[in-house]
Design a protein around this ligand. Structure first.
Ligand code: SF4
Length: 64
């Protein structure tokens, strides 16, 4: 799995960091998503898929 984010579209809701804290964080100043790894390990794939579903502005894209 490869993960990409379009930070320009991020509305800083924090749902991604809540769903998959090992993969997503938020900028401490404005809350915009920070991608911690483009290539999460298999144990985090379900959490990343959950983050994709939960993101309110379709910021996160994955290639399986
Ligand atoms: S869930 Fe989406 S909009 Fe919210 S912080 Fe993460 S990437 Fe940004």
């Amino acid at each position: 799995m490869k993960v990409k984010v379009d930070a320009d579209r991020c509305v800083a809701s924090g749902m991604c960091a809540f769903s998959a804290p090992e993969v997503f964080d938020q900028n401490e100043h404005d809350g915009v998503v920070v991608l911690l790894t483009e290539l999460p390990s298999a144990e985090h794939h379900d959490a990343v898929r959950s983050a994709v579903r939960n993101c309110p502005n379709m910021v996160i894209a994955i290639e399986e």
